[in-house]
Design a protein around this ligand. Sequence first.
Ligand SMILES: [Zn+2]
Length: 373
Amino acid sequence: MSKAFSFEILASEGNARVGRLITPHGVIETPVFMPVGTQGTVKAMIHRLLEEIGVQVILSNTYHLYLRPGVEVIELAGGLHSFIGWQKPILTDSGGFQVFSLSRRRTKDNRSGVRVLEEGVEFRDHLSGSLHFFTPEKVIDMQEVFGSDFIMPLDECVEYPTTYTYAQASVERTLRWLDRSIKHKKREDQALFGIVQGAFFEDLRRYSAMATVERDLFGYAIGGLSVGEPKEIMYAMVEVVCEYLPWQKPRYLMGVGMPEDLVECVARGIDMFDCVAPTRMARTGTLFTSQGKINITNEIYKKDFSPVDEECNCYTCRNFTKAYLRHLYKADEISAYILGTVHNLSFYHKLMKDIRTAIKEGRFESLRRSWTV
Ligand SMILES: [Zn+2]
């Protein structure tokens, strides 16, 4: 591992921590929320707007970039940072989650579009239906071409619910795939995370966490959650896993991120989050406010000339009213999606900043209580 990467805990309260994560593309203050830029762009955003909001790191999806524009184009461009024109840190996932979720979804005849083999995973893509094969080595190769700062090994995401026997076999396979990924990785300027799986079985989660930690990686991710299970179960799994992760290394909870989840999972020791919720919900008119979620397209906002959130200082709230935003959404104007996304991402950015400040000042538990009442 290159010296360009380090992680330091600056303050803590209970299991909640504030950290400084150093990467070749800049410093990230944790806990951090990473907006999802599936196709190398955060939907309805341009990078300049992300920078104005204060976004520190974005996530991009290997599966989607592999399908479009293709790895070769990104290689010719000199890597992902250069191709998309974003010079701050990038995390790429392994593509595993999309392979399993999108391919399963597209089958019309009730057959799975995915075949899991020891060598890797065979799947039909969601665009053309053509056949592809991902191995742990191929997934590392692609991410080495991308040059993303944080890279993820191929893992298997099992469905919810699943059987114990299947989940157990899957955990073992994910560990074998992790070993192959570690062995295959060549670049020194990227940090590989291990992914803890184990579905919703506490002992499998514990075993997966301990075995993954034995591999001594830069950081650890928790995968396979927020796939339809009740929240209490998700929180319980995060709690079990965090107990077994080393305190001094970064922890990333994959694909989980409603505001209350961020608060609850920071409380359990998570440092990094990603989720499509704030951006996807913005595009359907659901906006987060300090008083809860609102749907801006609602009739009650037709003549409401106040900002979306009195406590928000984002570009949208500083300049526009609910009535105007509602009008833009109703007229299906592109600016509606932009202004809604600016607000939701600003709301998330402020929440994470408030969380960090609260932990530093020893009042995180009181912030947490304000979210649970
Ligand atoms: Zn706002």
